[in-house]
Every structure is written in C-alpha cells, then in structure tokens.
Design a protein around this ligand. Structure first.
Ligand SMILES: [Zn+2]
Length: 577
C-alpha cells in the first residue's frame, strides 16, 4: 500500500483534530468551533467514517494531512513526517518523501541556527563591546541575554556569508534565507544585519525562523530591522516569545501583549512569564488565533506614548474581533513595561496586571481626553471614535450593555447610541460559504451516502442510475457523473477520491450531503438505496409514458396516423417492460 494511504488508515482524524479543537460527538460526526476562523456556534465537523473535516463557515476542509498542514503551517511532507512520528509509523527512507520545498526549509532552519551561533559568539567577543554596553545600560543581565540567545551582528557584513559558504549552502538557499543579500554589482553576498543587537524570533515549536535587529549606532536607520518574509517566516503568524510563554499563559489563563522585544525580556527577567509581542507589525488576526488556543484573556500593555496608544487601539479592535476578553494597562509615570518592572519590581507590575481595567473604560477615557465633552459635537465625535471597537462585539446582549455604558459616559441619549450600534453591526456579518442554490433532495442524499458506505450499493445502483434521465435533474448531478467515471475506470469509490474529483462548489455540496443532520436518522443500507432507485425508475417510466401519450395525441390531431401507430407500439412496449 502507498505510504500516504497506509498513514491515513492508521491515524484517526478525530483524534488528531481533537488535539487542537474541542469536539462533541453527534452520530458518526464530531462538531466543534472552527480553528481556522472565529465563530460562536460550531460549523466545523469531522467525519469519523469518511475521515475528513469540513467547515461550513469558512469552507476549510480536507483529510488528516491537510488538517495538520493548515493548522501547523507545514508542507505536505512535513505534515506526513509529523503524523508518522507522533503515531510511531516508520517513514520510508525514499527521497520522494522529501520535496524541494521541504529540503529548502530544512536548509533555512539550519542557516538560522548557524546565524544564532555566529551572532552569539560575536556578542561575547571584543567586537560586541558596544552591544554588551547597551544591554548593561538597559539592565539586561548576561544570564538573561544568554537565555534569549541575544547576539551581535558585526559591521563587516561578511560574517554570515562566510559561515554559510563554509557549510556549502547553495546561492539559492542563501538568497532565500533573507539573512544575506545579493550584491547589486559584482557577484557574491553581504549580510543583511550589520552593527545590530540581534534577537532570534522563534515559532511556537521553538525553532528560529527569523531575527530582529536593533540599531546600535546613533542615527542608524531603521531603529529595528526585521527579517523579510521567507519560506519559513510569515510575519503575521508569529508572536515573539510565545514558545516560552505559552505554558505560563495557559496556567495563569492570561496573556500580556507588549510592544517590543525588550519589554518581553525585561518583564520575563523580573518573573512575569506571560508576555508576548508582535515582531514589528500591527497585530494580525492569525496571531490572536495562536494565543486563543492557550487563553481568551489578555492584557494589552503598550508604551504610554501616542504611537503606543494608537497601536493599542488597533490591537484592541483585532482582539475583540477574535473574541478575546481584553483589558488595557496604562502604567503610571509614563513608563513602559520594561522600565516599570525595573523601577518597581515584578510584584507591583503583577498587581497592576491583575487590576487592569476593561478595554472599554480605557477607550472611553481616550475619547474623553481627545474630544470636548461639553459640546454635543464633541460627544458625538467620541461616539464615532468608540464605534469601531464596539461594532466588533458580535453578541447582541453585550452590545446593549455597552450601549448603556457609552450613553452614560458620553452623556448621550441611549437611543442614539443604540441606533449607531445597529448600523455598525449590520455592516459586519459573519461570512459563510455560499450555500448551494438547489439543495440535494432526500433521494439524492440516501443514494450518495449508501454508495459511499457500501460496495454492494455501488455495484447495484450505479450502473442502473447511469442510464436514467432523472439524474440530470439532480442538484448533485456532477457528483453522480464523477461516481460514474470512477466506476468506469475501476477506481475504488471512496469519499476522499470522490471529493478530489469535484470543483469546490460541488465539494461543499458533497460535504453537506454527508454531514446532513437528516442523514443521521436515515437508512443508508443498500436495500434502501435500491428502493429509492426503483421509485426513481417508476417515476421515470411514468413520465416517459405521459410524454408518449402526449405525442400520440399530437400525431392523431395532425392526421399522421402512421406516426401515431408507431408511437402506440412504443407505448405498449413500455407497458410490457
Ligand atoms: Zn471555519
């Protein structure tokens, strides 16, 4: 048996998905909240018999390998390898189980490890004096620098190039790493990061996938330079320090979102292990989803300057959109988290985290500080300022409660506030995959489910269905055409192969047929399928008879007696059949 098939048949998709999603059993199906989009009522299902998953909200779907690829961000071969390792199934040592993409990614991981080592030894060397002085000034102890594997990229621009050439990486691999750049003139490469303090960025599994570099010289721009996106690094899908912080986040049921690497390191060294940061970009929904697997509660603690406040406002919107429970901490004295723990200690910081106010109070305070609350115009402007955050509340009751609060805060009429909320909410509706225009009828549902669950039904039903005109009227006709083609080709008739032959629209229809609530109570035995077939044949006979009778009447009326006689004999033939 092909290895992929062997693997698929020895792992259970319900068990694999269950490691990421809380699933509830409903017959042969399991349902839960989709991990690929944010929702409140489950539209995500896993089918134990056909071994596939499908989300009727966002359309995600596929087999167990697809699921692991999507949720872990892996290539096909990496997903195979992970599944095989976790289930103790030996991988065949054949080169075709490693495609060029997987090989390239392995080289990039290796190059990032080498870069970390090069940067670390440079930090310890004489060249790193200035970087070490900066760390000392920021109060980062050598042990902390070692724990976070901080390093130094020297100003020469050849350290990584030399290290990579020594290891004989191909020029394409060097270019794809994002760590070195091709010279515009002449040949060869030079290092992207020069004279910078280096922060390794790890994915959730702890692998280094990128670097952030802080400028050390006065006037050196930009202040922070990050790796570009590469085959292993997607900016919007990584949170700095999540690999270390996730255990503490889960235990304490709370995450802390700070602005920069130094904040994360500073509060970590003081003993607060729940902080994560974006890597120099605005917070993305994908990043929130990473967090959400560990906790729903988050405290946003950004720098107290205007840029930090604006970034906090944007982050709150994204967090609310992903249904996080958000609090905002603004530290007294205009201190950022790193400065605060150094000045006041971890205990004081933790106490502030515990009593951080809900996001709404913080936003309302921002509105009151920004607009003149003594005029109606100012108060309405304040309401407009609050709307984007509030329109992301998808719960009606919660919105109504917030409307009361907003009205009180801004001294506006409750009706006016609610009206604005309603309009804002109407603009935002949860998107769902396009529902099929003509849903499958019960007979189609029974036939498809029976065919997919027994070979006997296949053999008995498919050949007879093939010659029937009724199939052309089915909403599921293209699914049947695929089934006919599969039987003609002698291919085994299985859900995954069938689904693979269909266009997306029909894949959705097939999933709906297999996942149907009504299907759970239906009899999908071969006998029941044959019964349906006979009913269809009876109906078809009846309509052919009716058509012939109409043609006969037509011929008689036109005086075409010979034609009428011929049709009559056809009709007799039909009656005898
Ligand atoms: Zn979904």
């Amino acid at each position: 048996m092909e290895f992929v098939e062997q693997l698929k048949s020895s792992v259970d998709i319900v068990e694999v998905v269950g490691q990421y999603v809380r699933l509830k059993k409903a017959g042969t199906r399991w349902v839960g909240l989709c991990p690929f989009h944010t929702e409140k009522t489950p539209s995500f299902g896993v089918h134990a018999v056909h071994q596939f998953y499908k989300c009727f909200g966002c359309g995600a779907g596929g087999d167990v390998i697809r699921f692991v690829m999507e949720i872990e961000g892996l290539t096909f071969y990496e997903a195979l390898k992970q599944l095989a390792e976790r289930h103790g199934i030996p991988m065949p040592k054949r080169s075709d189980y490693s495609d060029p993409q997987t090989k390239l990614r392995a080289a990039l991981y290796r190059m990032h490890e080498i870069a970390r080592d090069v940067f670390r030894s440079a930090l310890a060397s004489g060249a790193g004096d200035e970087a070490r002085a900066y760390l000392a000034k920021r109060g980062v102890a050598p042990a902390t620098a070692a724990e976070f594997e901080l390093g130094y990229a020297d100003g020469g621009g050849q350290a990584l190039v030399r290290a990579f050439e020594k290891e004989r990486f191909a020029p394409e691999e060097m270019e794809a790493s994002g760590l070195v750049l091709k010279r515009e003139q002449g040949s060869g490469f030079f290092d992207r990061f020069r004279n910078r303090l280096m922060f390794p960025i790890r994915n959730e599994a702890g692998k280094i996938i990128a670097f952030g570099g802080r400028a050390l010289a006065a006037g050196q721009e930009p202040k922070y330079l990050n790796s570009p996106e590469t085959e292993i690094y997607r900016k919007g899908r990584v949170l700095y320090n999540l690999d270390r912080a996730k255990e503490s986040i889960r235990k304490g049921d709370r995450a802390v979102l700070v602005e920069g690497y130094m904040d994360v390191i500073g509060v970590w060294a003081a003993g607060v292990h729940q902080a994560v940061a974006t890597c120099g970009t605005a917070l993305r929904p994908e990043q929130v989803r990473l967090l959400r697997r560990h906790t729903e509660r988050i405290v946003v603690n950004f720098d107290p300057d205007e840029a930090g406040m604006k970034a906090a406002e944007r982050s709150i919107e994204t967090l609310l959109e992903e249904r996080m429970r958000v609090r905002v901490l603004e530290l007294e004295g205009g201190l950022d988290p790193d400065e605060y723990v150094k000045a006041n200690g971890a205990e004081a910081y933790r106490a502030h985290l515990d009593k951080a106010p809900g996001y709404f109070n913080w936003l309302a305070d921002r509105a009151r500080a920004r607009f003149d609350m003594n005029t109606v115009e100012g108060r309405v402007a304040g309401l407009q300022f609050l709307l984007p955050a509030i329109q992301r509340l998808s719960d009606k009751l919660e919105r109504a409660a917030v409307a009361d609060e907003v009205a009180g805060y801004l001294r506006l009429e409750r009706g006016l506030v609610l009206e604005n909320f309603r309009r804002a909410a109407a603009e935002r509706r949860e998107k769902t995959i396009e529902q099929p225009k003509e849903p499958a009828r019960p007979v189609e549902r029974i036939l498809i489910n029976a065919i997919l669950s027994s070979e006997e039904a296949c053999r008995a039903v498919l050949p007879r269905l093939k010659s029937m005109a009724a199939v052309q009227q089915f909403a599921t006709r293209r699914i049947f055409h695929a089934l006919f083609a599969m039987q003609d080709a002698g291919a085994p008739i299985r859900f995954s192969e069938l689904s693979g032959r269909l266009e997306e629209q029909d894949q959705n229809l097939l999933a709906a047929v297999v996942f149907s609530d009504k299907g759970e109570q239906e009899d999908h035995s071969p006998e029941r399928a044959l019964e349906c077939l006979r009913t269809l044949e009876g109906q078809e006979m009846e309509s052919r008879r009716a058509a012939l009778k109409a043609q006969i009447r037509e011929a008689e009326r036109a005086g075409m007696l010979e034609e009428a006689m011929r049709l009559m004999s056809d009709l007799n033939h039909l009656d005898r059949a």
